[in-house]
Write a protein of this length. Structure first.
Lengths: 115, 112
């Protein structure tokens, strides 16, 4: 049974389009994240939600908007896609509230290619 | 602010030991982690160490922490081709609301 799932796994789209990536976790975790991994494999956090509240919002263009309808889901919507948005996007989750130790569980990634 | 640095590449021969190094800047880090990313997959926690420990051993893995120098290392004994992956060092700080800062990752290549 998949712990953290993302859809779609691959997304190829043209510049200027709007797209969404969905993420779901069935671990009962209270915190979910979105990361961007570029072509050099550098991993950068974009957003984090704790109990459906946005708690981390790194310097990300406002074309990117996360939405958390409930604790088990965190979706990422991207408007007006640009070539530089091409990357692998990872969703992750953890049980972090009030804890010093928290393991993050990562989804399989969504490879976004903007042409 | 937090910063975590790693060397980007390491190449070893099968059967040798691998040592992957990491430095971090935030002295209030409570836990330090090593994540492994295999090709085409997400990251998975490999091991971790609490900041009041100097060493942790888990089968072929040894984690060493020098808190004074803010230096963390991961030693893999008897490295196998299946160990080829990207290894990310990460730290967590209690005040950071669940945010772990990741290094840039070290790509380990194991040659037969």
């Amino acid at each position: 049974d998949t712990a953290v799932s993302q859809t779609p796994k691959y997304l190829v789209t043209q510049m200027g389009n709007d797209k969404s990536i969905k993420c779901e976790q069935n671990l009962g975790h209270d915190t979910m994240y979105w990361y961007k991994q570029d072509s050099k494999k550098f991993l950068k956090i974009m957003f984090s939600y704790n109990n459906k509240e946005l708690i981390i919002n790194e310097t990300v263009p406002n074309r990117f908007s996360p939405k958390s309808p409930d604790k088990a889901h965190l979706n990422l919507h991207i408007n007006s896609l640009e070539l530089g948005d091409s990357a692998v996007y990872f969703c992750a989750s953890s049980l972090a509230s009030g804890r010093a130790f928290y393991e993050q569980y990562f989804g399989p990634g969504t490879r976004l290619t903007v042409t | 602010g937090e910063d975590v640095e790693q060397s980007l590449f390491l190449s070893v021969r099968e059967g040798d030991s691998s040592v992957i190094n990491c430095t971090y800047t935030d002295s209030s880090s409570t836990y330090l982690y090593w994540y492994k990313q295999e090709p085409g997959a997400g990251l998975q926690l490999l091991t971790y160490i609490f900041s009041n420990m100097d060493m942790k051993q888990d089968q072929r893995l040894t984690v060493l922490l020098n808190k004074k120098d803010k230096h963390l290392s991961l030693r893999i004994a008897d490295t196998q081709t299946g160990d080829s992956a990207i290894y990310f060092c990460a730290e967590s700080i209690p005040s950071n609301a669940g945010k772990s800062t990741f290094g840039d990752g070290t790509t380990l290549t194991v040659k037969p």
